[in-house]
Design a protein. Sequence first.
Length: 251
Amino acid sequence: MKLTIIGSGAMATALSVGLQKNYELEIVAKDISKAKQLVSKLDKQIDIHSIENYDISGKTILLCVKPYALDEVAANLKGEATSLISILASTPIQTLADAINAKNIVRAMPNVSAAFGTSTTTLVGSEEIKNKALKIFDTIGDAFWLESEKELDIATAIAGSGPAYLALIAEAMMDGGVKQGLKRDDSMKLVRSLFKGFAPLLASLHPALIKDSVMSPAGTTAAGYAALEEGSVRDAFIKAIECAFKVTQKK
């Protein structure tokens, strides 16, 4: 299957890198020089097209531009796509349908881990291309079909924004090790290894059980955990999801 990626930014790049082994790709972009930079990161050369007056007839489109650019992009497209898969946050299916002609439309929310084949992607939209869309994103990680656009927006606040939240945790833990006297390089290595080992642990156990298995009476984990609770870390993360979700509703 050939996929037409419209856009040349960070997510277009991550998706291109992740999908290149399983799909034939082409890039459509306003900034050709930026598109060439994207292609330079791939294992093989692929076609680049200017977005000006571009014909999407019969194509499977991955729309990877910023939401504010939708109208400008749509004005340059002609024809009717077979499938339109949009990764635009806070952009409802009806808004996409009003802007771009497509037989079927799906909203998808992957994250930047797509480049490594470990994206968490949520999708919603036309049931006619459900299996097709899931297959595309299953090749770059885990893909989940949801029942409503509201659920997708909530998921965006978790899986879409999640890498930034986890990066904050990782950086803070690295800094904590350095503050106590650990070399920066060693602290970074430890945290990276910790994150790598945590994924299979979380896949097999509820978070509460993981915490209970590590926390000994009056031990180091209990002391550290108490400090996190004192700092309202749990409450802050719950509010972060809430705040991110509210932004998706500002349409």
